[in-house]
Design a protein around this ligand. Structure first.
Ligand code: ZN
Ligand code: ZN
Ligand code: FE
Length: 756
């Protein structure tokens, strides 16, 4: 008999890993101990070589579903004596990274317990080592009950017995609770407070059924819910939320119900049912109330993930409810009960809450099936803060992220900790959330900044924060151009570190020349880049309004490219704007008053959406490109003309032909399809040219425009047929939510190269 120390790293805390090891060792008759360290899990075991081999093999192959074993290192030590196998309570040993589990959707065993276990009948916060809240309730590490928002709930005898029984599924499940000892739900309607879960469920269902709106506390923040089949209810929710346009997600009773309202594929069904339970954007069937998707063809769908959701659907007749985060305008989703009461009473008839604090806010994550796989576009609940593997040393590098859809990132050795979705920093409460989250992440992950990477735009609040952090810590700042960061983010996610052709198709990002970029083909490595080809610059007036008012881009593109006598009333855009405004705008642009030069795919898509009359003003981020994509008529393979002159791709011909098509009565759907085909062909031509002059065949696609499924699939399929190697995103957002990873990758590469 020998004594071995087995160190297991990966996502192994808060996911039932120690009980799993305990059960495995006990079943094999091995003696020893298992404990959590900040680095992962450490097992000490007495065994012969043969059993050890089997034991380690099973650690790899039989570990809990939600865990992620990344390495198992075995060392023999001098013999120790153990009595049986035991679990040692956590202690705080090293300063290294701790894996903090994301929140996990309720498991099937718990749903069954909710109907059978005497002390947990209809207990709406039931959980076990395989499921339940994690990140959202964690205040510190190591992950133990006193360092969670469960700290104030004292376990009853039965829960405590389960918590201490290594053979129980709730052994060391930190949020373990029951009807007798755990947090409870309550419901506020007007001045009265309703208690008792059965009454709360009944009243909630009643309100939804008759077209009312309820605010419902979720895992990482509040939601607003109403009947998704009731147009009046959805329309009034839309009005109340102060955002008339943005599509709402809907929660479906089950997967059959998802199939009734959308066309999900195999991968989408799998991801919807995964323990992360994200929202997926799927091709809809026009069955839910029109106001849900508000003119888009897709529907954001999610399945129940909290016990409460399942209890609610038992009572509801409708199989689909609107399930949208409870926030006003662009503020962060509400997590605080008092704030919910004050801010949501005018929207919702009732507020349903529970008395356990949400410590770390998380939004629902969002994904979309594009080019053969589900891609994560908003990485939050269920995904954050799972570390992202990087194959360079990122230690001490802070990536501040962008201004919109911000996430920040922290390098910890060969991991990147990407924050949950923070949001649009222009909003004061959101930038406050950013600062708070930074402090918490730095503490939880014991992050000590050594280098700060920020966007080239000095006025982004993330840039301002980064500069301040660097000043206060006396550490260097490195500036990373926005689209270089996008490409580096995709390179880092795919583990490549060599010269590539980077295609950045994006909304806006400040370029090296002080103009606004977002339509580039670069030759890049992690340290630096050269812009080889870019979309032609077009001046757009109005500063920040340019992105909110697509008509500005529409007029700008017409002014620059269309024949003067073709700009007339029979164009939807001119009809919508009026001659006076058109003349005035032309003058402003010619005099360059508050005008910026854009070489941006986002603006080009805005322009075409406006010219075709599909979108005039945007009520939410990227509305115009989304409407343009939604309009695409299927089966159109033709495209418009375009020019590539040296380093410039010009869509002048495209615009002129679109104007001609509009005047000939061609539908916006057909025009949109042709336009998408045109942009895809132009990009592929550009790539082909850059590949010819550079002999590079690795193509990296990133930037917000690659959320466009049609465009992305077209480009990838054309590139693949030309024998290029195409790299695209999977789990890291292609939009600005993934930017921090690129910033960290660039900063780390520059440090390795001695440039910082
Ligand atoms: Zn469970
Ligand atoms: Zn209990
Ligand atoms: Fe961007």
């Amino acid at each position: 008999m020998k004594t071995f120390i087995i160190e297991i790293e990966g996502l192994v805390q808060g996911v039932g890993f120690r009980p799993f090891v305990y059960k495995l060792a006990s079943s094999m008759g091995l003696e020893g101990t298992v404990e959590n360290l900040n680095t992962g899990v450490r097992v000490m075991v007495n065994s012969n070589n043969e059993s050890l081999e089997k034991f380690v093999e099973k650690i790899w192959s039989e570990s809990p579903l939600q865990s992620q074993v990344e390495s198992v290192v075995v060392n023999e030590v001098s013999p120790l004596h153990f009595t049986g196998f035991s679990i040692i309570t956590s202690r705080n040993l090293s300063e290294e990274i701790t894996r903090i589990s994301p929140d996990i959707a309720v498991c099937d065993d718990c749903l069954a317990d909710m109907e059978q276990q005497e002390h947990r009948i209809n207990y709406p916060l039931i959980n076990c080592t395989n499921c339940g809240p994690r990140f959202s309730i964690i205040k510190g590490v190591p992950y133990d009950r006193p360092l969670t928002t469960m700290d104030r709930f004292i376990m009853c005898k039965r829960c405590s017995a389960e918590y201490n029984d290594p053979n129980d599924r709730r052994f060391h499940a930190q949020p373990v609770a029951c009807n007798n000892c755990g947090p409870v739900y309550s419901m506020l309607i007007g001045d009265s407070e309703i208690k008792g879960i059965n009454d709360i469920i009944k009243r909630t269902a009643e309100i939804i059924e008759r077209g009312g709106i309820v605010a419902l506390k979720g895992t990482g923040g509040y939601h607003l819910v109403c009947d998704a089949m009731n147009e009046d209810a959805v329309a009034s929710l839309r009005k109340a939320k102060e955002r008339e346009g943005k599509p709402f997600a809907v929660m479906c009773r089950n997967i059959d119900c998802v199939k009734e309202i959308t066309h999900p594929g195999k991968e989408e069904i799998e991801t919807l049912q995964s323990w992360q339970k994200p929202v997926l954007i799927i091709e809809g069937k026009n069955i839910v109330a029109p106001s849900v998707s508000n003119g888009l063809r897709t529907v954001g769908v999610i399945l129940p993930y909290m016990p409460f959701h399942y209890l609610l659907f038992r009572k509801l007749n409708t199989g689909v409810i609107v399930f949208t985060s409870a926030n006003l305008a662009e503020e962060p989703v509400i997590t605080d009960d008092e704030e919910a009461r004050i801010k949501l009473w005018s929207i919702a008839e009732a507020v349903v809450k529970y008395n356990r604090e949400i410590y770390n806010r998380t939004d629902d994550s969002v994904g979309r099936y594009i080019a053969g796989a589900v891609r994560i576009m908003r990485r939050s609940r269920g995904y954050a803060p799972t570390p992202v593997k990087i194959d360079f040393n990122g230690e001490g590098v802070f990536g501040a992220g962008a201004e919109l859809t911000n996430c920040f990132g922290m390098g910890k050795g060969r991991n990147l900790i990407l924050s949950q979705h923070i949001g649009d920093l222009k909003n004061a409460p959101t930038s406050e959330f950013y600062r708070t989250a930074y402090g918490r992440f730095a503490e939880m992950f014991r992050f000590r900044p050594e280098i700060v990477a920020r966007d080239m735009h000095p006025d982004y609040l993330s840039s301002v924060f980064a500069e301040k952090l660097a000043r206060e810590s006396g550490i260097p700042v490195t500036v990373v151009q926005h689209h270089h960061a996008h490409i580096a983010s995709c390179m880092a996610e795919n583990g490549i570190n060599r010269k590539v052709i980077g295609v950045a198709m994006d909304g806006v990002g400040l370029g090296n020349d002080g103009k606004i970029w977002g339509g580039e083909i670069l030759i890049a490595d992690l340290c630096d880049f050269n812009r080889i080809i870019h979309f032609d610059y077009v001046p757009v007036a109005g500063g920040d309004y340019a992105s909110q008012e697509p008509w500005r881009s529409g007029l700008s593109w017409l002014i620059k490219y269309a024949d003067e006598d073709a700009i007339s009333d029979d164009l939807p855009l001119i009809k919508n704007t009026g001659h006076e405004k058109f003349k005035l705008y032309t003058e402003i642009v010619e005099k360059e008053i508050n005008t910026s030069y854009y070489s941006s795919a986002g603006r080009l898509f805005d322009a075409v959406a406006a010219i075709t009359g599909l979108s005039h003003t945007s009520k939410f981020h990227s509305e115009a490109p989304m409407r343009l994509e939604a309009a695409i008529q299927k089966g159109i393979t033709t495209n418009y003309g375009y020019d590539i002159n040296g380093e410039i791709i010009s869509f002048g011909k495209t615009i002129r032909e679109i104007v001609h098509d509009l005047k000939s009565g061609i539908s916006p759907g057909e025009i949109s399809a042709r336009f998408h085909n045109t942009v895809a062909r132009a990009i592929v031509d550009g790539i082909t040219y850059v590949s010819e002059i550079s002999a590079i065949t690795d193509i990296v696609l990133s930037g917000g425009s690659f959320q466009n499924r049609y465009l992305t699939e077209k480009i990838i399929s054309e590139l693949s047929s030309k024998k290029f190697y195409v790299y695209y995103h999977h789990n890291i957002p292609m939009n600005d939510g993934g930017l921090a990873l690129g910033q960290v990758a660039v900063a780390a590469a520059r440090r390795d190269a001695g440039m910082i």
